[in-house]
Design a protein around this ligand. Sequence first.
Ligand code: PLP
Length: 422
Amino acid sequence: MSRSHELFQRACRVIPGGVNSPVRACRSVGCEPLFIVSGKGAYITDADGTTYVDYVQSWGPLLLGHAHSAVTRAVVEAAALGTSFGAPCEAEVVLAEMVLEALPNMEMVRMVNSGTEAAMSALRLARGVTGRAKVIKFDGGYHGHGDAFLAAAGSGVATLSIPGTPGVPDAVVADTLLAPYNDLDALRALFERFGKDIAAVIVEPAAGNMGLILPEPGFLQGLRDLCTQAGSLLIMDEVITGFRASYNGAQGRFGLDPDVTVLGKIIGGGLPVGAYAGKRRYMEQIAPLGGIYQAGTLSGNPLAMAAGIAGLKVLKEADYAGLEKRVEELCADLENIFRAKGIDVTVNRLASMFTIFFRHGAVRNFAEAKASDVERWARFYRHARAAGVNMAPSAFEVSMVSFAHGTEDFNALRRAAETFAG
Ligand code: PLP
């Protein structure tokens, strides 16, 4: 019996599904999860001593790879000075300044503990400042597990085919309006009907929770214009794309000007952090300056801030273009390998992230993502894992590449694709 199996059996007795976040359970790919003991660079090692090339990278935070020396050093040094104060510390100011420097259209930022918390707080802010209730989100968009966002959500909700979430009252999602991603006409129709009641549109500038879906030209700017005309706030959820699409996020890469930005993952360097940033005129309405309440015992935690600062310092000097080029080559090779054997495939890619969709033709929205061959993905996942390559255990997630991935690690995935294609 493997040690991972043994641990999973124990976990299932005391933790729902044996996991603390649903997709990790690997149910949709028909296997049990690996229990991880350690990670270094591009690699993880499980409880049975097997090492894998890791294309999950903790679902995005580890753009520098596992256990980057600058990040771990910063955490250890911070821990020795105290793990939490519940009072301001300098590191909070430094990280806030670094985030705002990278996102020059944002003027103030509040740290929280997860992307979920950040998205919930951003929506409260939008509702508070507009005095309106409705929010538009996109089919397959995922903004954490806050009640208002659990309508047609991506990520684990999509992976496990959960239609609506028990425990979320109808009244709470009644104000959540849905549109297909990349569909400006649908959005226009919603604005025509509900315009004066719409507090915000929340969007992933490149959707990362129905697999990776790229914005079509003009979509995000069209969204910006519709929000401006209706007096609604544009909330850009950059939990995945922040500091990954470029050091300046997707907003820097695509030249966008949202009202509020939701952040997480990379800004915490692998520790639990989220943040929401926005225009000063809105952020000044948050308590204690204004009446919109939001708080947190561990918010701005010194360990998490230290990890975030250390990580961003390295990333600021990193060769994003070089990494992107290597990932572009990898994705082109993967498409060629599968197609050469008659397997329908489309690989969507942005910067250092990609999704392999087993489907012929473009994948531009959740409906097209769902029409991909998820059974084939599950088989590929199992094949790659057996070959020492750890991919995201769902057809609707994104593979993450880090700066630590080298030629041999890319080749390991190429080989897994070749042997799978036959
Ligand atoms: N927003 C996006 C775009 C995400 O991808 C995620 C998580 O994957 C979240 C929000 C929620 O973040 P967290 O899991 O830190 O709560």
